[in-house]
Design a protein around this ligand. Structure first.
Ligand code: AMP
Ligand code: GLY
Length: 421
């Protein structure tokens, strides 16, 4: 098969690497891809992940057999719908189903209607009504922009004053454009967070190994939120008991709710959970693989990813037996100094081969190839993943490899996984 992957980050590198292992895949293309992905796929840097017509044209021109649409934006823009309309098989939800992620109000309404455990919340389209409501509430309290906001549309406010500022910022200041025109004001939940990525074909939902992300930029969860500074899997917090409760109280009810609402979700459903003292509750859904979680989860997959993607597309997932390695994986993100704020690019990266010689895998998130070698080209630059018999071994190996890599201003957290080892 000739397969095209859409996207160009660390997550897409992990997807491409796994697809390259498939006995079904002969040729792999990636648009736009990145310098690391170029090691396993032919990259098409001129086609942006958000340019749906250009993606459809590329798929047709190259006569690809299958397209995996990985990032949130093209899914929300209807990339899968556009490809399928042209007779090109694609992995990922329709734009309608992708509202599970692209509209927090859409998914909140679904959870409320079908009794899926989540934080209590109210929706507001009018700023003054939102501010008046806040006068009746106590902090901490959570303010969420309705639409996609690069992972920055959620404010966990420690005071009502801070909450009001966030509401004004979103609804009057236009901080997130149209995404912030409607907001959710939500009860603050307390507990540890676990990510459960699930393959879902609209009939069957199959959780992958549960993982944990590290969103804050500095050790001990200090500093601003980022796209994710590291991840590991499986999560020891996701015990057999929690897994069963999640399946019965959240995953199956979500699948049934989506079908009862008349839409079919095919692709990866990302279920972000808070393990509260009343049990697991949904923090958010995403309509795609997580990043960096995928860089810890996919290396543990033993089954053929292409077979799974075909089964999701063709709604035969129920017939598959998906196998996982009986190991742990840890991914350490190396970021540019200053990220998630301003940072410089173009810094020469050394030690990549030395890192991989330890047995680790280096996924590229933001790099560029130059005559001098690989240079930095993004906030998150690399994800270094190692496997081990235990989480401790995986974490230690991932750090041993990550420490071999150097570039000016490089920043990584030193405590990925350490709370749970
Ligand atoms: P989201 O973009 O929805 O993943 O939210 C980003 C982060 O905000 C989550 O990973 C949580 O840490 C936090 N968060 C979101 N909603 C809540 C909530 N209701 N209670 C506590 N924390 C939350
Ligand atoms: N790691 C969080 C996300 O992918 O949304």
């Amino acid at each position: 098969m000739k397969v095209l992957v859409i996207g160009g980050g660390g997550r897409e590198h992990a997807v491409c690497k796994k697809l390259k292992e498939s006995k079904l895949v002969d040729t792999l293309l990636c648009a736009p891809g990145n310098a690391g992905i170029a090691q396993v796929a032919t990259c098409v840097p001129g086609v942006k992940a958000t340019d749906v017509p250009a993606i459809v044209k590329l798929a047709k021109d190259e006569q690809v057999d299958f397209v995996c649409v990985t990032p949130d934006d093209p899914l929300a823009l209807g990339c899968v719908d556009a490809l399928e309309k042209e007779g090109i098989a694609a992995f990922g939800p329709s734009a309608y189903a992708a509202q599970m992620e692209s509209s927090k109000i859409f998914s909140k309404n679904l959870m409320k209607k079908y009794g899926i455990p989540t934080a209590q919340s109210e929706t507001f389209e009018d700023m003054h009504a939102a501010l008046a409501y806040l006068d009746t509430q106590s902090a901490p309290i959570v303010i969420k922009a309705d639409g996609l906001a690069l992972g920055k549309g959620v404010i966990v406010a420690q005071t009502i004053g801070e909450a009001k500022e966030a509401v004004v910022d979103m609804m009057q200041g236009g901080r997130f454009g149209k995404s912030g025109a409607r907001v959710l004001i939500e009860e603050c939940m307390f507990g540890r967070e676990v990510t459960v990525l699930c393959f879902c074909d609209g009939k069957t939902i199959v959780p992958m190994r549960a993982s944990q992300d590290h969103k804050r930029v500095n050790d001990n969860d200090q500093g601003p939120n980022t796209g994710g500074m590291g991840a590991f899997a499986p999560s020891p917090l996701y015990t057999q008991e929690i897994a069963e409760r999640t399946m019965n109280e959240i995953l199956v009810p979500t699948l049934n709710a989506m079908n009862a609402e008349g839409f079919t979700f095919k692709g990866v459903l990302y279920v972000g959970l808070m393990l509260t003292d009343k049990g697991p509750k949904v923090v958010e859904y995403n309509a795609r693989f997580g990043d960096p979680e995928t860089q810890a989860v996919l290396p543990l997959l033993e089954s053929d990813l292409m077979e799974i993607m075909l089964a999701v597309r063709n709604q035969t997932l129920g017939q598959m037996d998906i196998r996982w390695k009986d190991q742990a994986a840890a991914c350490i993100v190396l970021a540019s100094g200053g990220y998630p704020g301003k940072y410089e690019s173009g810094k020469l990266i050394t030690g990549l081969n030395e890192a991989e010689q330890t047995g680790a895998t280096v996924y590229h998130a933001g790099t560029k190839m130059t005559e001098a070698g690989y240079v930095t080209a993004g906030g998150r630059v690399l994800g270094v993943t190692a496997l081990g018999g235990t989480l401790r071994e995986a974490v230690d190996s991932a750090y041993a490899a990550a420490r071999k890599i150097h570039f000016d201003g490089a920043h990584m957290r030193s405590d990925i996984g350490s709370r749970d080892c």
